[in-house]
Design a protein around this ligand. Structure first.
Ligand code: GLN
Length: 466
């Protein structure tokens, strides 16, 4: 059942919200011990579903009526433990709802529980959680990707209908690719960050994860929009993305870039993506154009100095006085690396050596994308340059950082990007990534919907073969 069919079933009373939530809880109960996607269950979920069922009877239920939604443990949900998968905040209970949560509740979505992640969203594999790694439901024994490992695995394992993750440099898109689901990183400023625990605040975004495009589009339209609590949100109207996807796309200029091709460590991934792009172009009467993207090869090196400095700044509040424990005393090695690195870079900054240079490079990458969008409407590329590794494989910090070589450029430029399952290699899902200009989420959703429709059968076929 896709998200729309499920919603119809709930709104017509064929499936009560209560039963939908009970089904989710049963799945979690049966399989979460193996997958470890969910850290905490919302004990009020069934009672909240009963309230939604009453509203449905009165014909007053919202757009997400009775759907089960998992939330990355870095987004504040009143009354729930929001520990960012860190010992630092092990018992921290949020005292308020993030803007996105208030909006989900206003549309009668049910928070099913808090989802696992890399500690403080720093990582690309889901392995750095203080509460154990998450398995990949579609490729067991492999990393699910990160840092939104839990929300994505929860959707892939059908523990919930939809999920909310955060994406700073690829954290929604990278796991969506590895787990064969849909993920969207909205434009910076499209969705309020109020209530999201900061990782690197000039890059952090909150976005939807789903098993189909309509689900992702629907959740996006609910959470998007201006908020008086987040000064960087824009006052642009929010289109109804879930309706917009019904309008087919045609005759687009689809950008492919040799500069991205060079970054692909596993050439099979690039070939698969190129094949999918050709199919899309043929079906929609679109034209493939080659675009040059200078400096995208420097995206990872540009991103980290900025992230380190912002992480150092954003973690100063975890000094053991107001919230939880002192972060340096209990955090894992990746978080510590960034805190110490950020401290050092900020100090070295007297010479303008790293941070200011990184900001200059960030502008160049943003400009390159801006220029590319003069000759194309969308850019298509892989999501990660390699397949997810097996648990137990030791990989270097550089290799871990390289997982995001394809996702970081969109983050640095603040544009929006989405991932659609495109097939499997070695029985492991591979996602096609789409970039569009900032605030073109409606176009993104339409292109994603067309790709999803086009690839779905083959993706299923690939998965069944595995
Ligand atoms: N893997 C990247 C990092 O560790 C991205 C993380 C994210 O998007 N939150 O910074």
């Amino acid at each position: 059942m896709n998200t729309l069919e499920k919603l119809k079933a709930i709104k017509s009373g064929r499936l009560t919200a209560r039963q939908n939530i009970i089904n989710s809880l049963k799945e979690i109960d049966a399989r979460n011990k193996d997958i470890n996607a969910i850290l905490h269950i919302n004990q009020q979920a069934i009672a909240q579903a009963d309230e939604v069922d009453k509203k449905i009877k009165k014909g007053r239920a919202g757009k997400l009526a009775g759907l089960a939604i998992a939330v990355k443990s870095i987004i504040s949900v009143k009354g729930m433990i929001v520990n960012c998968a860190s010992r630092t905040l092990e018992n921290y209970t949020a005292g308020f709802d993030a803007d996105v949560i208030a909006r989900v509740r206003a549309e009668d979505g049910i928070i099913i529980g808090m989802a696992n992640m890399d500690e403080f969203a720093m990582g690309a594999s889901g392995e750095s959680s203080a509460f154990g790694k998450t398995d990949n439901p579609r490729a067991p024994g492999h990393i699910p990707g990160g840092s939104s490992s839990g929300p994505v695995a929860a959707v892939a394992a059908c523990f919930c209908d939809l999920a909310l993750g955060s994406d700073t440099g690829g954290s929604i898109r990278n796991p969506a690719s590895h787990c064969g689901v849909i993920g969207i990183k909205p434009s910076y400023g499209r969705v309020s960050r109020y209530g999201l625990v900061d990782m690197a605040m000039s890059l952090d975004t909150i976005g939807p994860v789903a098993n189909d495009t309509v689900g992702a589009a629907l959740l996006l339209e609910v959470i998007a929009g201006h908020s008086i609590r987040d000064a960087v949100t824009f006052k642009k109207p929010v289109p109804r993305y879930s309706q917009a996807i019904k309008k087919p796309v045609s005759r687009l200029r689809v950008g492919l870039s040799p500069d991205f091709e060079k970054l692909c460590t596993d050439k099979r991934i690039y070939r698969l993506i190129q094949g999918r792009v050709s199919e899309f172009s043929e079906k929609t009467g679109s034209r493939i154009v080659n675009v040059s993207l200078k400096n995208v090869d420097l995206a990872v090196q540009t991103y980290y100095p900025i992230v380190y400095v912002e992480v150092f700044s954003s973690t100063r509040k975890f000094d053991g006085r107001k919230y939880g424990k002192k972060i340096e005393d209990v955090c894992g090695e990746e978080v510590l690396r960034r805190i110490l690195g950020g401290k050092e870079i900020s100090r070295a900054e007297y010479h303008g050596t790293y941070y200011r240079k990184a900001l200059a490079a960030r502008r160049l990458i943003a400009q390159a994308l801006d220029t590319a969008f003069k000759s194309c409407d969308v850019i298509m590329l892989p999501t990660t340059p390699m397949l997810p590794h097996r648990f137990g494989t030791r990989i270097s910090t550089e290799a871990m950082y390289a997982y995001d070589a394809y996702t970081i450029p969109a983050s640095l430029a603040g544009i929006c990007a989405g991932v659609v399952p495109a097939g499997c290699i070695d029985s492991i899902p591979v996602g096609l990534q789409i970039f569009v200009p900032a605030f073109s989420e409606d176009l993104l959703c339409r292109v994603m919907a067309a790709c999803f429709e086009l690839y779905q059968d083959e993706v299923r076929h690939d998965e069944n073969d595995s």
